[in-house]
Design a protein around this ligand. Structure first.
Ligand code: GLC
Length: 531
């Protein structure tokens, strides 16, 4: 019997419901729209959908400001639609996880409203209050471009409240046992509706302690372990995919002894893929993988190139951050907080060789790859929209105006569909790429098929080959086969010596031995059977 947990070899697909498909012409994508597109997702071959927050919310942070944990945002549908989506996805062998925000609520949440209105309300202690804004000074500010303090004065409450993100997102007080219970109940509710786990938003910040930076505290880990045990009781297969944006050694405790989070995003790896490509030098990738600690057997990294947030540069040195900003975000509008608010294709100047090269690294390095909707077709971005909205525009399905298949013609989309001459829906859309076997969509799909057919990619060790630094070549030695992935990070052809043996191409049919020559930004996957 294969005991490998499903998520270790899964491909995740991050999907913003508002942006995917509007089924009722109100201008907002909805759950019924996602159901309409499940055939597409099945064709693409992904295993698990990760839905951005779908709860009622004033949407000051696109739903990461939750006003009710037990319902669906009316723009997206009703709970019955959600149940229908779960059923339809499961019928196709697709899993679904949703974003769960433990750390904070919206300031519109009835708990916060009650807390502000009455000092004696039992909800007062659901949040973190102070008469001064001088506590916890060592905690950094995350939304640097918007917030000047982690404390905001509430006139009605007559005190300051604590928030790690926007001031419209008051932090919950996890020192209060009632808050801890509330979040277990929320988890139970969604698990009983049939979901396959959660993407756990912003876990490092649950507790505050004076004299610390209020991140990764022992109390936080203790609660996450309790949360995990509770989730496992309800659904032992459910996954917790955590978003601890931390250095490898600080992330490692989030996996516990295999009894905390099942997965965590590999934040330090992501910017180094871009750095290695820009500098034609594999060193940053080699170093970060060397610094990546081994995980308990039932855990896995989630790897990614882009997501719904800015391409965060928190996990690089100030010098590298400056270099990456200058390389990939030459205009100030392209930058946000400590990151870059652009999508994959424009970051690569729409050079398909480079886009494919990055995908090849994503699919052949250890970890479970996570795709961001639209990046499989090379969608563009819109840097004229504020905050992170420019990377959350409507999905581009067909070439037809006015909305490229996102919404019926009479709808007024929540954001303009990209229609510039390079990345607009007339040029970049699912339908035309489906028809073209050489399209990015087909290339990504082929990589997905191979990645799934060869679990060695997800599980085996990583051994680097001695090559010129412009080449990132590694072996993945599994019990039945050894896989080889070779990447030319440079604009010049590169020839490298191969280990002994005859390698059979996975993406093409070539048999290669001795040497391999790659064109500029070329890549190649091969295998040797070891049985
Ligand atoms: C996470 C989300 C981000 C959100 C923040 C606050 O970092 O990815 O989109 O703004 O949490 O909830």
């Amino acid at each position: 019997m294969n005991k490998t947990p499903w998520y270790k070899n899964a491909i995740f697909y991050e999907l913003y419901v508002r942006a995917f498909r509007d089924s009722n012409a109100d201008g907002h994508g909805d759950l019924r729209g996602v159901i309409e597109k499940l055939d597409y997702l099945q064709f693409l071959g992904v295993d698990c959908l990760w839905l951005l927050p779908i709860y009622p919310s004033p949407l000051k942070d696109d739903g990461y400001d939750i006003a009710d944990y037990y319902d669906i945002h009316p723009d997206y549908g009703i709970l019955a639609d959600f149940e229908a989506l779960i059923r339809a996805a499961h019928a196709r062998g697709l899993r679904v996880i949703t974003d769960l925000v433990l750390n904070h609520t919206s300031d519109q949440h009835p708990w916060f409203q009650a807390a502000c209105a009455d000092r004696n309300s039992p909800y007062r202690d659901y949040y973190v209050w102070s008469d001064s804004d001088q506590k916890y000074k060592e905690a950094r500010i995350i939304f640097l471009d918007t917030e000047t303090s982690n404390w905001t004065w509430d006139e009605q409450a007559g005190q300051y409240y604590w928030h790690r993100f926007y001031s419209s997102q008051p932090d919950l007080n996890f020192d209060n046992p009632a808050v801890q219970e509330e979040m277990l109940n929320v988890a139970r509710f969604w698990l009983e509706l049939g979901i396959d786990g959660f993407r756990v938003d912003a876990p490092p910040y649950l507790f505050e302690r004076e004299g610390t930076n209020c991140e990764n505290l022992p109390e936080t880990h203790a609660y996450l372990k309790r949360f995990r045990a509770f989730v496992a009781q309800i659904n032992p297969q459910a996954v917790l995919l955590s978003e601890a944006n931390q250095w490898p050694e600080d992330v490692r405790p989030y996996f516990g002894e295999g009894d905390e989070m099942h997965m965590n995003f590999h934040f330090p790896l992501m910017p180094r893929l871009y750095q290695a490509l820009a500098q034609a030098d594999r060193t940053p990738i080699v170093e970060v993988m060397r610094r990546t600690p081994p995980l308990p057997a039932n855990c896995q990294w989630a790897t990614f190139l882009r997501c719904h947030d800015e391409l965060t540069l928190e996990m690089v040195s100030p010098e590298v951050r400056q270099f990456l900003w200058e390389t990939y975000a030459p205009e100030p509008r392209m930058r946000l907080n400590l990151g870059i608010r652009r999508r994959l294709a424009p970051l690569m100047n729409n050079d398909h060789r480079k886009i494919e090269l990055l995908y090849s690294l994503l699919f052949s390095l250890p970890g479970a790859p996570t795709l961001y909707y639209g990046d499989e077709i090379g969608m563009g971005d819109n840097i004229w929209l504020p905050d992170r909205e420019g990377v959350r525009t409507p999905m581009q399905w067909v070439a037809e105006p006015p909305h490229g298949g996102f919404a019926p013609p009479e709808a007024q989309p929540y954001a303009p569909v990209i229609n510039d001459p390079v990345s607009g829906y007339a040029q970049v859309n699912v339908a035309s790429q489906m028809d073209d076997p050489n399209s990015l969509l087909h290339t990504v799909r082929r990589m997905i098929v191979l990645r799934k057919a060869h679990p060695t990619f997800g599980e085996a060790d990583l051994t680097w080959l001695e090559t010129p630094k412009a080449v990132a070549a590694f072996l993945r030695p599994g019990p039945e086969e050894t896989l080889l992935a070779v990447h030319n990070l440079s604009a010049h052809p590169q020839t490298i010596p191969l280990p002994t043996g005859r390698f059979t191409g996975l993406l093409d049919e070539r048999i290669v031995q001795g040497h391999l020559t790659l064109p500029p930004y070329g890549y190649w996957w091969g295998r040797i059977s070891t049985t």
